[in-house]
Design a protein around this ligand. Structure first.
Ligand code: CTP
Length: 401
């Protein structure tokens, strides 16, 4: 029964009649060993009392951003850091709309905006509201960013009508949360090396050759492995996103393809798994001009020389006990090229991105991938948030173990 032992869960409650069921949800989560805190909107507290929520969660309720709950007024940040996930139940059209559009004007919406881990939402509202185009669009937006919408059910609604809009049963909500955490620690004892981001090849003291890779996909894969118990070496090219080292996550910052090669090869020697998600420059300059190259009237020719292929090198050195995963970013003959890379680089799995797919590739928060494995299987996945794609990738890797 205690399969949510020590999981830190925030129950967010917004102002709908289904708020009366929120205490039951809190009780079920606590029963399963979770540590629960509650964030409730003013309207939620018209349906369910503060005292009930405090008593069942055994914690203060976060309701007033500038209130006396704590001595500091950045409670939304410390709560966001504390929790492993947030479940908003019930989620009204209002909180769904605010969260989907980055509006943070009271305690719960501010907390959600400051939160970057898993969010579940269990909508509950009148059928017409539920089917409203804006509400539907907002839910789609949230889903594309990895928010798990626990779909409302058909049934008798508080307004007296029958229709879709009844909040999912408490046991279904709890099951979804348990399912999310059930993967936890399945990579404990494994060491994983992940490459991510672009590399930069210097031309002179101020100029370089690089690409648009944001590193988000590789960073998400590294995060998923860490969350599931692995020790991860993230060999990271220059990216905007700050990634802080944490327990079981070593961040190895590199700039050039050569540096990424050196560090990755070194880490792979004592890894069980390597995922090469970096967009490594295929060519580098044969020499770096000292100082800033001056503009001339004539054409400029740069001599470029090939870099070392990290994935292919790991493929040559791979032992039977090691797994090697690469990416393939393609614009044409996608499947053929991915299969070619799988064989040529001796990988176990290639994750294919086609730039023809809307929402896939560099600089976006979503991705659409196809798994191409060494057993000849190809498995196309649908468009998802990169965080969700990372989860699919790690689940796929688990099948190989
Ligand atoms: N890769 C690598 N080292 C390189 C080049 C690529 O490790 N020097 C890895 C990438 O991280 C990715 C895979 O190889 O996992 C395929 O990268 P991709 O850029 O799609 O293909 P290339 O092998 O560079 O071939 P091409 O650019 O011709 O498609």
């Amino acid at each position: 029964m205690e399969n949510l032992q020590n999981k830190k869960i925030i129950v967010g409650i917004s102002g709908g009649i289904a708020a009366y069921k929120a205490p039951l949800l809190i009780r079920e989560l606590v029963k399963r060993g979770a540590k629960v805190k509650v964030a409730a909107t003013d309207n939620a507290l018209k349906f369910v009392t503060l005292l009930t929520l405090q008593t069942l969660s055994n914690n203060n309720v976060y309701n007033d951003m500038f209130g006396s709950y704590q001595s500091v007024t950045t409670e939304h940040i410390s709560l966001a850091q504390w929790a492993d996930c947030i479940i908003v139940a019930p989620a009204t059209a209002d909180i769904i709309g605010k969260y989907a559009n980055g509006i943070a004007d009271e305690a719960l919406s501010t907390l959600l905006t400051a939160f970057d881990k898993k969010v579940f939402m269990a909508p509950a509202m009148n059928t017409a509201m539920y089917c409203n185009f804006a509400v539907q669009q907002n839910m789609k937006t949230l889903q594309s960013h990895g928010v798990e919408i626990i779909d409302a059910q058909y049934g008798e609604l508080a307004c007296g009508q029958d229709g879709k809009g009844r909040m999912a049963d408490i046991e279904d909500i709890v099951a979804r949360i348990e399912n999310y955490f059930s993967f936890t620690q399945d990579f404990a004892g494994k060491t994983v090396t992940v490459t991510a981001g672009p590399t930069r090849e210097k031309i002179d003291s101020v100029r370089f050759i690089s690409n648009n890779s944001s590193g988000k996909m590789g960073i998400a894969v590294a995060g998923e492995f860490v969350a599931r118990g692995a020790v991860v070496n993230l060999v990271l090219g220059p990216v905007q996103q700050k990634v802080q080292a944490q327990d079981r996550l070593n961040v190895i910052d590199v700039v050039t393809a050569e540096q990424m090669y050196e560090k990755t090869v070194e880490c792979f020697a004592h890894s069980d798994i390597a995922v090469c998600a970096a967009a490594v420059a295929d060519y580098t300059t044969d020499k770096v001009f000292e100082g800033k190259m001056k503009k001339k009237d004539s054409n400029l020719t740069l001599q470029l020389v090939p870099t070392k292929d990290i994935l292919a090198t790991l493929g040559q050195r791979k032992k039977d006990s090691q797994l090697l995963i690469g990416f393939a970013l393609e614009t044409d003959n996608e499947l053929g090229n991915a299969k070619g890379k799988l064989a040529k680089k001796n990988a176990d799995l290639i994750i294919l991105n086609s730039l023809k797919d809307a929402g896939a590739g560099f600089e976006v928060d979503t991705n659409k991938v196809t798994f191409v494995d060494k057993y000849g299987n190809t498995e196309p996945m649908c468009l998802k948030a990169k965080r969700e794609v990372a989860r699919d990738i790690v689940n796929k890797i688990k099948e190989f173990l």
